[in-house]
Design a protein around this ligand. Structure first.
Ligand code: AQP
Length: 330
């Protein structure tokens, strides 16, 4: 059987180069080696307040970006999480086998909760819903950025606990990180992860930013008090810029060293900006074409949900049977 790959992105803001280099770009590269399912996880996005109109349009924007980045709809399924009810149903069933202590240890919950005035229970349960997304399709591989490693670990713990309580049911999913670009840092603050929800214009490069803006953001990126690239002593800002270049270019470490050693920071930034613009421009062009045909986009989302629903429903049915929950007889 062809192994299955599954991953997702929240429609909670503007997709940035961290999302692309850590996740979406890799999905495109590996999609044809697997049976591939890529989700727009709107149920995750609402764990913090989203304006309804914005959320509605973000889902479509992100679907169009998946296609523009190179997700092949003839091969891979693009699925809006809320269109397949089994995601939420399995999440509840898994909640009942997940100890609260496991969730209390999640660092993303602690960080996000600290930034909210009032913390919804959904934010706490977020990793269980993520486990449900993955286990629902018995996914073998989950390609994510480094920040999601702890959640993946938890998904495996939940699967293991369920399997030992009720018998072998779930496949153990493996985490797949990119070799370079697994953690792109904020350009204004290179010790924190680049994030959709971080404020400030100098923080992130969004996939749909126009070239001039991309250049401006990168040229203003925080570096350190040195003036030229030194691979032995560089600070996090310079390292981040080099990582971004390497992840976009696929250059080897030796190529990077030979090309950038001793280069002045201004020139480094110029080259990172040019590389970023050259990689994003074709995506932006395709995005414009795709969004000009909303009916096409709707059909991709409808086909995606219809194609995966039987697998998702079969898993929920099996889980219910294993747990002794009522299931209708055929
Ligand atoms: N800075 C990053 N570097 C590498 N990978 C990243 N990812 C996110 N930020 C970086 C990866 O992108 C995928 C989708 O992320 P998400 O939308 O589910 O949520 P997130 O990880 O919480 O991303 P953000 O951008 O920080 O969003 P907000 O601010 O809304 O929470 C994941 O595979 C993630 O690893």
């Amino acid at each position: 059987m062809t192994p299955r790959v599954l991953s997702g992105i929240q429609p909670s803001g503007n997709l940035h180069i961290g999302n692309y280099l850590g996740a979406l770009g890799n999905w495109v590269k590996i999609q044809h080696d697997y049976e591939s399912i890529f989700c727009i996880v709107d149920l995750h996005a609402i764990t913090v307040y989203q304006k309804p109109e914005e959320l509605r349009s973000k889902v479509r924007e992100i679907a169009a970006l998946f296609l523009a980045a190179g997700i092949d709809p003839r091969h891979s399924r693009i699925v809006v999480q809320s269109a397949v009810a089994a995601h939420a149903e399995l999440a509840w069933l898994l909640t009942c086998v997940t100890p609260m202590g496991w969730l209390e240890r999640m660092t993303q919950f602690k960080a996000k909760a600290a930034a909210q005035e009032s913390v919804g229970d959904g934010l706490f349960q977020y990793p269980v819903l993520m486990a449900a997304d993955i286990l629902l399709y018995q996914a073998n591989i989950v390609p994510v950025g480094e920040d999601q490693m702890q959640h993946l670990e938890l998904a495996r713990d939940i699967a293991q606990r369920f399997n030992s309580l009720y018998g072998d049911t779930f496949t153990m999913p493996a985490t797949r990180l990119p070799l370079v670009g697994a953690r792109v840092m904020g350009l204004d603050e290179p010790t924190t992860k680049m994030s959709k929800s971080a404020s400030g214009t100098g923080h992130a490069v969004a996939l749909l930013d126009p070239p001039e803006r991309i250049k401006k953001t990168i040229m203003r990126a925080t570096t350190d008090s040195g003036s030229g690239v030194d691979f032995e002593t560089m600070g996090p800002g310079v390292q981040n810029l080099l990582n971004i270049f390497q992840a976009f270019s696929d250059w080897t470490n030796d190529q990077m060293k030979a090309h950038f050693s001793g280069m002045r920071y201004g020139d480094l930034k110029k080259q990172v900006a040019e590389m970023t613009i050259s990689k994003l421009e074709p995506i932006q062009k395709r995005y414009a074409d795709i969004t000009a045909d909303p009916a096409y986009l709707e059909s991709i989302l409808k086909d995606g949900a219809n194609a995966v629903r039987p697998t998702a429903d079969a898993t929920v049915r099996l889980v219910k049977e294993r747990m002794g929950i009522y299931t209708e007889t055929a």
